[in-house]
Design a binder for this molecule. Structure first.
Ligand SMILES: Cc1cc2nc3c(=O)[nH]c(=O)nc-3n(C[C@H](O)[C@H](O)[C@H](O)COP(=O)(O)OP(=O)(O)OC[C@H]3O[C@@H](n4cnc5c(N)ncnc54)[C@H](O)[C@@H]3O)c2cc1C
Ligand code: SF4
Length: 549
């Protein structure tokens, strides 16, 4: 097995968390290697400017790795899950495909046990994260408007907001009539040229990759500079195991290259940034000879408490042309009207809402991801779901004239919802695929029913002539959270608030796995802020850091 020189820090995963960690560590003078199972995705490969774009979104650029079927992704066993996890293997990770909705958690999200008597409080507060949210906004080039009254005071995003478009104006009129909160949405999309990125041209193809390079994906925002500064990024390198020495410290990782050859990279410190499914999978695959239940798992919580934000939406159809094919497919306006707990509704916690464009004729027909199962409020079949002549009729009636109120439901942690290793499915290197065991709770179902009804009201107040519900979308596992939760107590958590494993002093986890609760927000702003805070803490404490030698 090849054994290059020991690096000071080895990172697994080149998504935004790996990218942010690598950038900070190289700037602080560490030697850094990052192993990524995927590849670079060149802008020319994106189909956004081609006529078959909408078809490609249903196959080669689908967010579900099981549909794409590329060797770089690992397959996922979803036979026991209500929701399909979505992701992308490559430099930039899932930010290659993400919508770039760049939203912070709210202060209440960190204190749900104290406020609502459910789940657990986080070991940190919104105020602890705020400076890192502000710093990461600069790094990502976030566009938005400051002073949203639902947040504490703070710095505004560095770029002016993107146009909310006719759909945003129409939706806002409805919200104003009802007296409900709304605000121009923050997105990690350049509204003006920013640090080498072009301004958004509103093509609306963000979720199959941005051909303009306007979207803040980590392959653009962080990796080029990190590599120039000296980070060694090895692509096509699938990590099969994190290795541990006789002293119980992580001392590197074994990866499999494109030719199936195994290599060991020796390292003093190891950071895992492989997302809420990839990270527990790797820990469970590692150290199986020495540990009963995988690495860093004395609590038994590795893989457990998976949260994926069940998503529902209401589409409204309007009489006038709203240009609703125009992008970005980031959010136009958001609402926190029903975010906090009100027990009279029959459930705890709530959801953030966002207005999104309906897309082209095909997306307009089939919903986001191309596979939404539409039905109206009574469960009646949706005429939009039909092909043939009725498809043409529906396209004429709705194309450009409809938009979506999307609902990101807070998903409470449940130890029964988990990632385990499949005993039958393997990836292209023969490693066990993750298997997802995940059921939505009664609280979630009540929450979604309530929010769907309110979103219908919001459309009707805005003048919609018809509405269509998507009650729970199966392809909605964009947000992979909670599977190595943070906490102060090693018996009830896997890592501390800085991502350090309680069991292995030089092993860190920096991705959404560490979330204590899911919040009702798109999580990447919080994942990125947590990463920045954690890695700067690691750098500041470098002299006391226990390392493998
Ligand atoms: C279609 C889609 C839309 C989304 N939209 C939004 C949005 O609008 N707003 C928002 O906040 N979030 C959104 N998300 C979620 C967001 O993309 C993620 O939160 C974010 O990318 C997480 O960053 P990460 O670095 O922790 O993980 P990832 O981005 O998943 O990166 C992890 C990397 O690790 C690599 N890896 C995994 N296992 C191994 C291994 N064993 N060996 C080597 N490499 C490995 C993977 O290949 C991957 O590149 C979306 C996600 C998807 C899929
Ligand atoms: S709408 Fe903007 S961010 Fe989205 S793909 Fe087009 S240019 Fe990129």
């Amino acid at each position: 097995m090849a054994q290059p020189d020991r690096v000071e820090v080895l990172i697994v995963g080149a998504g935004p968390t790996g990218a942010i960690a690598a950038s900070e560590l190289i700037a602080a003078g560490f030697s850094v290697t990052c192993l990524e199972q995927g590849d670079w995705t060149h802008r020319a490969a994106f189909k956004g400017a081609t006529k078959d774009w909408e078809l490609s979104a249903q196959r080669d650029w689908h967010p579900n790795p099981n549909v794409r079927g590329r060797a770089a992704d690992y397959p996922i066993d979803v036979t026991e899950s209500d929701v399909n996890p979505l992701m992308y293997a490559g430099v930039g990770g899932a930010t290659i495909l993400y919508g770039a909705h760049w939203v912070r958690a709210l202060p209440s999200d960190f204190r749900v046990r104290t406020l609502d008597g459910v789940a657990d409080d986080w070991p940190l507060t919104y105020e602890d994260l705020q400076p890192f949210y502000e710093d990461i906004d600069q790094q990502m080039g976030t566009a938005g408007l400051g002073d949203d009254p639902t947040y504490p005071d703070g710095e505004a995003p560095p770029l002016p907001p993107l146009p909310i478009g006719k759909i945003g104006l129409r939706a806002a009129q409805g919200m104003d009539q009802l007296g409900w909160h709304w605000w121009p949405a923050p997105n990690a999309i350049a509204s003006k040229a920013y640090r080498g990125r072009e301004a958004c041209v509103r093509r609306g193809t963000c979720q199959t990759g941005c051909p303009e390079g306007a979207k803040g994906s980590a392959d653009l925002t962080h990796w080029p500079e990190a590599i120039r500064a000296g980070v060694r990024l090895i692509t096509g390198a699938r990590v099969a195991e994190i290795t541990v020495n006789a002293q119980g410290l992580a001392d590197g990782a074994v990866y499999i290259d494109r030719d199936g050859v195994r290599h060991h990279v020796a390292a003093s410190t190891v950071i895992v940034a492989a997302n809420g499914v990839g990270t527990p999978r790797l820990l469970l695959m590692s150290g199986r000879d020495s540990f009963d239940h995988g690495l860093a798992n004395s609590s038994g919580l590795v893989g457990r408490r998976l949260m994926m934000h069940p998503y529902a939406a209401v589409n409204g159809v309007y009489e006038e042309d709203l240009e609703s094919w125009l992008g970005p497919a980031g959010q136009s306006i958001v609402s926190h009207e029903f975010y906090e707990t009100d027990l009279s509704r029959g459930f705890v916690r709530g959801a953030k809402w966002q207005v999104m464009p309906a897309g082209g004729p095909l997306g307009n027909r089939s919903g986001y991801g191309g596979h939404a199962e539409h039905g109206d409020a009574d469960g009646e079949p949706d005429p939009l779901a039909a092909w043939g002549p009725s498809f043409h009729e529906a396209a004429r009636r709705t194309f450009g004239r409809s938009f979506e109120w999307g609902i990101i439901a807070e998903d409470l942690p449940d130890e029964a919802n988990r990632v385990v290793l499949s005993d039958s499915l393997v990836d292209s290197d023969g490693l066990p695929a993750p298997k997802i065991i995940y059921k939505t709770s009664e609280n979630t179902r009540r929450l979604l029913d309530f929010h769907l009804a309110r979103a219908r009201e919001a459309h009707l107040a805005a003048g919609a002539i018809e509405t269509y519900d998507t009650p729970l979308m199966r392809d909605c596992g964009w947000h992979l959270l909670g599977t190595t939760r943070m906490g102060d107590d090693p018996e009830t958590s896997v890592v501390d608030q800085y991502g350090r494993s309680h069991d292995i002093a030089n092993l860190y986890i920096y991705d959404g796995s560490t979330f204590v609760t899911s919040t009702g927000q798109n999580p990447t702003a919080t994942i990125a802020a947590l990463t920045l805070r954690a890695v700067r803490h690691l750098i500041a404490g470098r002299r006391d850091q226990e390392v493998a030698s």
